[in-house]
Design a protein around this ligand. Structure first.
Ligand code: SF4
Length: 176
């Protein structure tokens, strides 16, 4: 089965910095969950951060690729540097994805770990800017396509394409 990595908070797990979840009510996601297709994971918890924890943003809002390259840090509002925990969580998310043969992920938009298209700009003023979280950037750098929870129809079309590829790769089965 084509498995999908998913941000654990979207499935109701209370792993966010504020101790809450961001449970999605999307029916497609629910159907995938019922099929056993989803692999839930919270990179920040996997990286060793507690729940609850201070919020964190990427310095300068420059995006996860810059953090992976060592060119930007991830800081709390008090200036504590939590970059290493975020990097560790991203690496563990990649390892889990590889262990399940994952080729796509549904990740929480806006997170400094998970955000596929948007993050906060590092000022802690609630300003959103284009960019990826660290885990999203690492997964994409390793060929795993990431979608925000607001793009599930697009993700479903991508999944259909992957499943079609699998069938083509497998070719016709043996004659009964
Ligand atoms: Fe959700 Fe990702 Fe933040 Fe964990 S790191 S709480 S999975 S958005």
């Amino acid at each position: 089965m084509e498995r999908i990595l998913v941000s654990a908070c979207l499935l109701g797990r209370r792993v966010r910095y504020d101790g809450g979840a961001k449970t999605s009510d999307d029916e497609t996601l629910a159907a995938w969950r019922a099929e056993g297709r989803l692999v839930p994971l919270c990179p920040e918890v996997e990286g060793g951060l507690p729940v609850p924890r201070p919020p964190a943003e990427i310095e300068g809002g420059v995006g996860g690729a810059a953090v992976l390259a060592g060119a930007a840090r991830i800081l709390t509002p008090d200036g504590d540097d939590v970059t290493n925990a975020f990097l560790s969580g991203a690496q563990q998310a990649l390892a889990v994805a590889k262990s399940f043969g994952v080729r796509m992920a549904i990740l929480k938009e806006g997170s400094p770990s998970c955000g596929p298209l948007r993050i906060y700009d590092g000022t802690f003023r609630g300003h959103v800017t284009p960019g990826q979280g660290v885990t999203a950037a690492l997964l994409e750098a390793n060929g795993i396509r990431v979608f925000g929870e607001d793009r599930i129809p697009e993700a479903a079309a991508h999944l259909a394409g992957l499943m079609e590829t699998l069938r083509e790769t497998a070719g016709p089965g043996p004659d009964p």
